[in-house]
Design a protein around this ligand. Structure first.
Ligand SMILES: NC(=O)c1ccc[n+]([C@@H]2O[C@H](COP(=O)([O-])OP(=O)(O)OC[C@H]3O[C@@H](n4cnc5c(N)ncnc54)[C@H](OP(=O)(O)O)[C@@H]3O)[C@@H](O)[C@H]2O)c1
Length: 308
């Protein structure tokens, strides 16, 4: 039997990472190594997939020594890391876009170069731009620049909202529909989104590990652009639960964010408010062409809500 090749996944216990890990674990020619701060918790999240779990904190003081060893012999590195509490930064605990989206990516990139891992796959986001004012978009833009300059083969995905079982936004909306009298939306609810089903992104990531989309940056969105409020209405329709929508004005969110920042461990921030209010529309045509993908229609992707 041919020797297995190793793929290292950072963020493999997370929402997007898990979908990618499930795909890669099915491939008989691949050995999947997931980097995680807590292997027992990661195992509970990933399930019984035959993957190796390696304890490693991408923000830890010893990452410089640990990472090259963790990446030794890897054919590809996939990363979809995000800090706990996102999008509310907590600089005291290094939970910032700069430390994680940029810092952890650069650390992985450097280690990949040193370990001779030739291929790097990064989950960025719509609006990534090194000159952006908002730290989320700036950090992802700078990370993308570092990847392009690295000399490694790369594939960068820039998703709009990613949804599916175990996600954040749809899960929160579904819980609110069950337990709350109203659905609250940030701002006027007219933020544009192009939600992509997590399995579609996982399909592309799996192909990227094999070399598809080499040295390309791909916006990753679903087949339809909707406003946040339209998205919530589709969720209500499919789950057959309806609630009135209450809009929280943008100015209120900004003020709430500024006030929350005065607390020792802020639960919210002005930057987080801006993030929730931003459009996230994109052009997925290049993604479809390159990866031969037929994007899952929104109602089909959300159909898992019907049986809950
Ligand atoms: N979800 C979306 O709708 C969406 C849309 C656009 C872009 N994105 C981007 O996609 C990426 C993944 O998002 P997600 O929703 O899958 O995130 P998530 O579910 O919150 O997962 C975060 C992952 O990061 C890992 N992590 C966090 N801090 C770490 C550290 N210090 N060391 C090692 N691992 C660490 C966690 O692993 P452990 O806890 O096991 O250590 C976990 O696997 C993010 O960069 C996000 O900005 C997401």
């Amino acid at each position: 039997m041919a020797k297995k090749e190793t793929v290292v996944v950072a963020g493999g216990s997370g929402f997007i990472g898990r979908a990618v890990v499930h795909r890669l674990a099915l491939k008989p020619n691949l050995e999947v190594r997931v980097l995680t701060r807590d292997p027992a918790r990661a195992r509970a999240r990933i399930g019984r997939d035959p993957v190796q779990l390696l304890k490693l904190d991408l923000l830890g003081p010893t990452r410089g020594q640990e990472l090259p060893e963790a990446l030794a012999g890897a054919r590809a590195v996939f990363t979809s890391v995000q800090f706990d509490g996102y999008p509310v930064e907590d600089p005291g605990r290094k939970r910032t876009f700069e430390q994680v989206d940029l810092g952890a990516t650069v650390a992985l990139l450097e280690a990949a170069r040193r370990a001779g891992a030739p291929r790097f796959i990064y989950v960025s986001g719509v609006g990534a731009d090194a000159r952006a004012r908002h730290p989320a978009f700036r950090a992802k833009g700078l990370a993308e620049d570092a990847i392009r300059r690295s000399g490694l083969e790369f594939t960068i995905f820039r998703p709009s909202l990613v949804y599916g079982p175990g996600d954040r936004v749809v899960s929160m909306a579904a819980a609110a529909l069950r337990f709350a009298p109203v659905l609250v939306v940030p701002g006027n609810g007219r933020q544009k989104l192009q939600p992509i089903f997590v399995e579609d992104l996982a399909t592309c990531a799996e192909l990227a590990v094999e070399g598809r989309g080499r040295n390309g940056v791909f916006e990753a969105g679903g087949p339809r652009c909707v406003t946040l409020e339209e998205f919530l209405k589709v969720i209500m329709q499919i789950s057959r639960r309806h609630r009135p929508i209450v809009r929280l004005p943008a100015a209120f969110l900004q003020i709430a964010g500024r006030l929350a920042e005065l607390l020792p461990r802020p639960p919210f921030s002005a930057d987080a408010a801006m993030f929730l209010l931003a459009d996230s529309q994109c052009q997925p045509e290049a993604l479809q062409r390159e990866f031969g993908l037929s994007l899952t229609p929104l109602e089909e992707g959300l159909s898992y809500l019907a049986s809950r």
